[in-house]
Write a protein that binds this ligand. Sequence first.
Ligand SMILES: [Zn+2]
Length: 129
Amino acid sequence: MGSLKDALLKVGIKETPKPSAPNQREKLKKKQVTEVVVHQEQRNFCENCDQVRPDVELYKHRNPTTEAEWICVRCADQLQIADTFRKTAQSDTSIRKMFRREYGATLSPNDIKSPVKTDKPKGPVNGNR
Ligand SMILES: [Zn+2]
């Protein structure tokens, strides 16, 4: 009993809390990177009205009156861009399932193949804010 512990202490095993510290730092770094990436992926700036809005999505439309593609719901309705041109469901409003178009029908998020957001749920990273 205890002889192994004593032996370990003599060898200096006790002074090895060092490996745990780098591990923790690595975890923190990874989390920060993930957050930055998420920020880059999510866009909330409407190119049509030049405002930050929670319901901006990508529309690959053919409306000649605007070259904007990242457009908020209000502008999309005003421009009469059908929701069938919408390519993303990345906005906060979409994530909260409160996205709704007044012009025409609103697509279900399952009908949108998003090129921006990955299909895999990222777990706690995109949790409720
Ligand atoms: Zn807008």
